[in-house]
Structures are given as C-alpha cells and as structure tokens.
Ligand binder design. Structure first.
Ligand code: OGA
Ligand code: MN
Length: 295
C-alpha cells in the first residue's frame, strides 16, 4: 500500500498515513520515508509502539550510523544501556519526576533554545526520531522551524555573503548561555565542531541555513560581528510563519531532518507533569542505507 502524507504547514511538515514502523524493513518501504524526509523535513507517525531496541533498529535501517557521542553522556551514564537512545524525559532512573535542581533537568532545559541535534559533533546529526511514550495532559509541545524557507527568503545579496562561512557549534556554549556549569574535565570533552552556515541536501540540492543555539561564532568573522549575524539569522529563521508547533499524543513518532530544521521544547510545569520521550539521532555520514537502486 502506498504511504500517504498530509501536510501540516504550508512549507514543511507532514503526517504519514497508518503504518507500523516495526514492520518497515525493505528498501521499497524505507525509500518512500527518505523521500518524504527530503520533501517535508518533519514527518509525524501516529500510534507507534516501538521498544527501545526496535527504535534503534529502525533508525539504523532508515539511515545508517547512529549518534552516540551525546552531550549528556559526558555528564552521566545512560539508563538504557546504549548511548544511541537519549532519554528526553523528566523522570530519573527510579521512575520519579526529576527535582527542580537535578543536573539532568537543568541540562535538558536548554532544549527550550532553538537548536539542531548533534551539530556540535562531526559528523553532525542528520535525522532525529523522537518517540512519545507518556504525554502530559497539559500542553508540552515542540516547535519546528523551516530552515530551507528561511534560506530561500533571504535577499540574494545576503545569500551570496553567507557562502563559504564556517560556524563553530558547541553544546557547552549553548548551556553556558543559560548559566549551566561544566567541570573542566567535562568542558575538555565538549570541544564542539565546525560546519558550513549553508548546507545543501545532496539528494535534492535544497539549501538550508544551518543554525542552532550551539552556534558560538563564525570562524571567518570577528567574534561580535559573527555573533550579531547569527542572532539576526536566528530571528529571521524563527518568524512565526516559518514555525510548525507539534502537540504530542501518546504513540507519536516524529522524524526530523536536523540539516533542514531547528526545533525547541516549549515550557510546561515539568516538576509536576510526567513526560517520557526517547530519541535516536543518525549521523550525516555517507549513505550506508542508501545504496543506489539498480535502474
Ligand atoms: C530533542 C528535543 C524537544 C522536546 O529530543 O532533541 O529537543 O520538546 N526535544 O522534548
Ligand atoms: Mn533536540
């Protein structure tokens, strides 16, 4: 059966028709999902029931290598036994809600800044897949910004001036802007990575602005000039008309392309309401899962 998609926003984002991702194995079934990612950049799958292992296995089938050098892994060990599965919930290993001063909570609050996942690594993150296991009754939404339209709507002269610029991304930087403190040892392990400010998707040539709160400076500009330019671009890219707001339902499985979008968590009373989410992110490293199909 052909997988259908319903648009969620005029320029990006779609909801997929009924499908059980645990049963998606063949290239014939995987490739339409990759094509949808190239087209929509954010795809919402409803009513999914993947176990931790199934989520990891699906991410590997869809896109190859997984991101395991997460920022949080520098702070503490993962309770699932595999750093590929990031705990995006507000509960501790004992199943209790995190206290307001818990270090993992304070670290995770930076998800409320506009960002892309794993831009502070090389290779950077490509797809993120976030599964909602427990969703609170109050709104605890995630917003996505369309970084392709952000690029497309820049004046031609600005586009030209951005070509070739290189940006340093550091997770320590984004956390420090909120006053989160790292030990010297932790900072030493979080040196960050450099990526172009403008990316092009090799599969369809579409260009996007590659920005995040992790972006600390532009290598090719004096620091204040570079930071001001990053702020201006951030403002341009997060205008309300470029934003899709996702209201989570239990069982939602949302895949986004970190090269083509930014996202941020919206605030809610997280020391009162339980919210359990798990994420796997793939690396933007070659095309292991995309062997050319015979003509
Ligand atoms: C993430 C993330 C936002 C949210 O999982 O990468 O930023 O709303 N999540 O939980
Ligand atoms: Mn994120």
């Amino acid at each position: 059966m052909r997988l259908e998609f319903r648009k969620l926003h005029p320029s990006f984002g779609a909801e997929a028709g009924p499908i059980d991702l645990r049963e998606v194995h063949d290239e014939d079934a995987l490739e339409p999902i990759r094509e949808a990612m190239d087209r929509y950049a954010v795809v919402v799958f409803r009513k999914q029931r993947l176990s931790n292992d199934e989520q990891i296995a699906f991410a590997t089938r869809l896109d190859g290598e997984l991101h395991r050098k997460t920022g949080i892994s520098v702070l503490q060990k993962n309770r699932f036994g595999d750093e590929a599965l990031t705990d995006v919930s507000n509960v501790g290993p004992d199943g209790e809600l995190l206290e307001s001063d818990a270090r993992r909570r304070l670290y995770g609050l930076a998800n409320r800044l506009w960002h892309t996942d794993a831009s502070f690594q090389d290779p950077r993150g490509r797809y993120s897949m976030l599964a909602a296991l427990v969703v609170p009754e109050v709104a605890a939404d995630t917003e996505f910004a369309d970084m392709r339209t952000a690029y497309d709507t820049l004046p031609a002269g600005t586009k030209a001036s951005l070509e070739g610029l290189r940006v340093h991304h550091s997770i320590a930087y984004s956390r420090q802007t909120l006053g989160f403190e790292f030990s010297e040892e932790e900072s030493g392990r979080l040196r960050g990575a450099v990526h172009p400010l403008v990316l092009a998707n090799p599969r369809n040539g579409r260009r996007s602005l590659y920005l995040a709160s992790h972006a600390s400076r532009i290598l090719d500009r004096p620091v204040p000039d570079g930071r001001l330019l990053l702020r201006d671009l951030m403002e341009h890219a997060t205008r309300p008309e470029l934003v899709y707001r996702h209201s989570w339902r239990t069982g939602d499985f949302v895949i986004w392309d970190n090269r083509a979008t930014m996202h941020r968590a919206r605030p809610f009373e997280d020391t009162v309401h339980r919210r359990e989410m798990r994420r796997v992110t793939t690396l933007d490293a070659g095309d292991p899962a995309r062997v050319a199909q015979p003509a």
